[in-house]
Write a protein that binds this ligand. Structure first.
Ligand code: NAP
Length: 509
């Protein structure tokens, strides 16, 4: 006798990560599934609507399950009217899904629009398979309670809600739905770069499972994450429901290596926490705090373009960070948001290994956010600081603010400094063959803040000229280690963090 779908879903819970596979031919579909299988994955969504001939997917399911009976396949054949690629009628769609179930698919995903077309249309599937009713919204996140009421009018094993967040707090609305309805089985996700955190957090917030892209597609679309990243970087199956949440806010945020570095540090210290990239647009800081208080977020790194504006949302700001006018580290303690600037030790600690800062002469290049932190950090430490940059007025203003001397490049080039701190984006990926200095580099120690690439042209030229060099990764690791220490109250696992940063910055093969 056939088991009911309820029995099947209760007895064999679904794996936490489902790989969505959409390929043009059945052989490519099976080939990609096999590759994921070799990587340890066991749960696949076969997008039959992506196949040039969707009916060939039925045979593919049967063949694949014959070879790999321990895998779970969910079949989807979404109609083009509902953002899928299937061009047939609802009846034809359901015929294909019924055949997929007969071929062994454990579940089917039927979009709400098809399911609502007639009350009895899903009857042949009910009791035969795990029936998932899905809703997709590619433009916004509508009121979710009303949506869930609409969806649960159709009896099913689970409901999938996938929306597009327009602001950070939309993610919280999506994530909080399963906890508010513990008796309803749900899969919830928000799409795109802004929704990334939901892909990691949804299982911990009561979602049945989350979706990942195939490894081959890693990084091809904003918000996409591979199962390997979900498991190894974000440890989606390991952190508990009460894990602390940390992250980085930035715009853009996708390039950040901080998630790789901090998650590896948490892992090394067995800390039940996860660190996520949060895309926050310049006018969305207030909304981010709404989400941060509710999720809750315990602490976060701050980078371009929020380092200055974040200060107005904080309750307590470290005095030096306030004077600099920039915060890169935030955490919540005793109900208050606190801020500090760990770029300061990021500059002074590596430099102090090579020279005594008080009274040393330092040429600072640049007048942006990082230069500003360095200017205050160095003058505070007693160094005699001179500043150059391409915008003379901004250089003068910064120099005046922190008690440094503004210089023109041609003046600086005739002198020699104990150290040079380069704080512009010149030489940074993808413009990696650029360098601020063309001839002699007028300093004994050359510190380049740029860390991508790991060895910049400036560092190469300085080494060739016999200078002592400090690559930007040292600053990155120092500021990250101080963040860890502020958040955790214990010393940071620096070698582990360095390894993670090197892995994250290694060119992809
Ligand atoms: P930012 O606020 O955007 O400032 C960029 C600076 O670069 C400005 O002074 C800008 O001059 C200057 N600049 C840009 N293109 C230039 C060019 N072609 N010629 C001369 N000057 C140019 O950025 P930031 O936060 O200060 O970051 C600056 C660099 O430091 C970036 O590469 C960043 O990755 C790096 N950084 C590294 C760490 C670390 O941990 N290692 C930490 C922070 C920053 P204008 O004002 O004239 O536009």
């Amino acid at each position: 006798m056939l088991k009911t779908s309820q029995e099947m879903s209760h007895r064999t819970p679904l794996p936490k990560v489902c790989i969505a596979l959409g390929l043009p031919t059945a052989s490519e579909l099976c080939e990609h599934a096999r590759r994921e299988l070799e990587g340890g994955e066991r749960f696949f969504e076969f997008r039959l609507d992506y196949l040039e001939r969707p009916e060939t997917g039925v045979e593919a399911i049967s063949r694949f399950l014959g070879e790999h009976p321990d895998t779970t396949i969910l079949a989807t054949c979404r109609r083009h009217q509902n953002q899928g690629r299937f061009n047939g009628s609802i009846e034809q769609q359901l015929k294909i899904l019924e055949a997929a179930v007969a071929a062994g698919a454990k579940g089917v995903d039927v979009e709400i629009e098809s399911a609502e077309s007639a009350p009895s249309i899903l009857d042949p599937l009910r009791g035969q398979t795990f029936l998932l009713i899905s809703y997709h919204n590619f433009t916004s996140t509508p009121p979710l309670e009303a949506l869930l009421r609409r969806m649960t009018r159709i009896p099913a094993d689970a409901y999938k809600i996938v929306t597009t967040p327009r602001k950070p707090s939309d993610n919280y609305r999506v994530l909080s739905l399963p906890r508010a309805h513990p008796r309803v089985s749900m899969v919830v996700l928000a799409m795109g770069e802004m929704g990334f955190s939901t892909r990691v957090l949804s299982p911990a917030f009561g979602g049945l499972y989350t979706y990942a892209a195939p490894h081959a597609a890693e990084g091809t679309a904003a918000g996409q994450v591979s199962a390997r990243q979900l498991r190894h970087c974000y440890r989606v199956e390991k952190f508990s429901r009460t894990a602390r949440i940390y992250g980085v806010i930035a715009d853009p945020v996708r390039h950040s290596i901080s998630p790789a570095v901090h998650n590896r540090a948490f892992q090394a210290r067995r800390i039940d926490a996860v660190y996520l990239p949060f895309l926050v647009h310049p006018n969305q800081l207030k909304d981010f705090f709404l989400m941060a208080e509710k999720l809750p977020v315990t602490g976060f790194s701050v980078t371009i373009p929020h380092k200055q504006r974040i200060i107005r949302y904080l309750d307590i700001v470290d005095p030096l960070a306030r004077r600099i006018g920039a915060v890169n580290t935030v955490w919540r303690k005793g109900g208050k948001w606190r801020g500090a600037n760990t770029d300061v030790p990021g500059v002074t600690v590596p430099l102090s290994k090579y020279l005594r800062l008080p009274k040393s002469s330092v040429l600072l290049v640049g007048n942006g956010g990082a230069a500003r932190s360095a200017a205050f950090a160095l003058t505070d430490a007693g160094a005699k600081v001179s500043i150059v940059g391409r915008n003379v007025d901004r250089v003068r203003a910064l120099a005046k603010n922190c008690g440094a001397e503004p210089l023109l490049l041609k003046q600086a080039e005739t002198q020699n400094f104990d150290a040079i701190v380069h704080a512009t984006s010149v030489g940074m990926y993808p413009h990696s063959n650029e360098c601020f200095f063309n001839g002699r580099i007028p300093g004994d120690v050359v510190f380049d803040m740029v860390y991508n690439p790991l060895e910049t042209v400036l560092i190469q030229r300085a080494s060739a000229q016999g200078k002592t060099v400090i690559p930007g990764l040292q600053m990155f690791l120092e500021q990250a280690a101080h963040q860890f220490e502020l958040w955790m109250g214990e010393s940071a696992p620096r070698p582990v963090m360095e390894r993670a940063a090197l892995d994250a910055l290694a060119p992809r093969t």
